[in-house]
Ligand binder design. Structure first.
Ligand SMILES: *Cc1c(COP(=O)(O)O)cnc(C)c1O
Length: 382
């Protein structure tokens, strides 16, 4: 009868939890941000200038590098860093197949060949013990990626690179402020590359990137490469590209950098909460190395029935995503490199079993509990 509808299978109002909610972040820094943007607009100085120079100095200081050069994106940071360290046609660059496409895409764009080395299944970063076997006389650089915000094992990587006379370019796009044995991501190799894509931990209001380096020579070269290889206007000694960091982005990012450590601490506290909920359940929480300051650009869980869990969480309104569903050695554009399924078993397994769940610092306790409850009910670990 009519009244039955009130009690029949009445589900509670679903609680939607976004994977990332940058509107919440903006609400907390709105005045500072709007003021910084207004200053640039009032000045009508959009190309390089004081905001970019200031932010370059701030990132150099924050990362523990001598210099930093702002460019148009994280992808360009990697591309220009590779060019600056002299990677070119037919050179080989050793890297991980389990990363965002730009890592290997940039290698191919400079005419070099990405050589993939499988990952450590615990950290998802390149397995340093497998690097040396991949070195040939063509190897010009090693590019570790500090995936999800945790540094790769840099002592082992720098040891083999230095011993064999090979450059190291760090893809630190997900790792601004991450630490390895007290030292910051981006300060280990010849160059460290950052991305300020909006969803990164330090995200702009558009694209942006930066290269950190201890070498003045390399920094000067990058300054030239980002403006078509000029040192003096309209005089081009080499061929670069147009890849500057916008003054507007630098203004936004300088404001956000002041809050970054608090946001990173918030992510870390949220990760600790999930870690305590997932302990002893079928959900594998991220492994944090003892020496690591992990900044949790992503909080990645590993489960056997990943695709079913993903579908369930989406149905429940919980934001989640797969980073990354297909390792790079199996991408169509790299077919000519000759890799086959089974060549990088750990990367392939991670691509099947991992899932990113909400971890941003402004999640409420209620939201986190709901995310953990929903996952554990589904996998049978509640
Ligand atoms: C985001 C990202 C990049 C590329 O940065 P963009 O700013 O998007 O060009 C490169 N490598 C990794 C690992 C990334 O996560």
């Amino acid at each position: 009868m009519a009244g039955g509808g009130l009690t029949r299978n009445r589900k509670q109002t679903p609680m939607n939890v976004p994977l990332l909610d940058l509107k919440r972040q903006y609400q907390t820094i709105k005045d500072e941000i709007n003021e910084a943007i207004a200053e640039v607009v009032e000045s009508q100085g959009f190309r390089l200038g004081p905001k970019v120079a200031a932010f370059e100095g701030e990132i150099a200081g924050y990362s523990g590098a001598k210099r930093a050069v702002g460019v148009a994106s994280g992808t360009d940071a990697i591309l220009l860093a590779l060019m600056a360290v002299g990677v070119g046609r037919d050179d080989e660059v050793i890297t991980t197949p389990y990363t965002f496409f730009a890592t290997a895409g940039a290698v191919a764009r400079v005419g070099a060949v990405p050589v993939f080395v499988d990952i450590d299944p615990k950290t998802y970063n390149i397995d340093p013990s497998k690097i040396e076997a991949a070195i040939t006389e063509k190897t010009k650089a090693i590019m570790p990626v500090h995936l999800y915000g945790q540094c790769a094992d840099m002592d082992l990587i720098m040891e083999v690179a230095n011993r064999r006379g090979i450059a190291v370019v760090e893809d630190a796009a997900q790792a601004v402020g991450a630490e390895y044995k007290g030292r910051r991501a981006g300060s280990f190799g010849q160059a460290g590359c950052f991305s300020f894509f909006p969803s990164k931990n330090l995200g702009g209001y558009g694209d942006g990137g930066m290269i950190a380096t201890d070498s003045d020579e390399l920094a000067d070269l990058l300054v030239s490469l980002r403006e078509h290889g000029q040192t003096e206007a309209y005089h081009h000694w080499t061929i670069g590209t147009n890849s500057r960091l916008d003054a507007l982005q630098a203004a936004v990012l300088s404001v956000k950098l002041r809050h970054l450590d608090a946001w990173s601490d918030g992510r870390s506290a949220n990760a600790d909460y999930y870690g305590s909920r997932f302990e002893g359940t079928p959900v594998t929480a991220p492994w944090r190395e003892e020496w690591s300051r992990h900044i949790y650009n992503q909080y990645i869980i590993r489960v056997q029935n990943r695709d079913a869990l993903l579908a369930h969480l989406r149905e429940e309104g919980i934001g989640c995503a797969i980073y990354y569903p297909m390792p790079l050695h199996l991408q169509e554009c790299f077919r000519t490199l000759g890799y086959a399924e089974g060549d990088m078993p750990e990367a392939e397994k991670a691509a099947r079993e991992t899932l990113s769940i909400p971890v941003f610092s402004l999640l409420t306790n209620e939201e986190m509990a709901h995310v953990a409850d929903t996952i554990l009910e589904f996998v049978g670990g509640a």
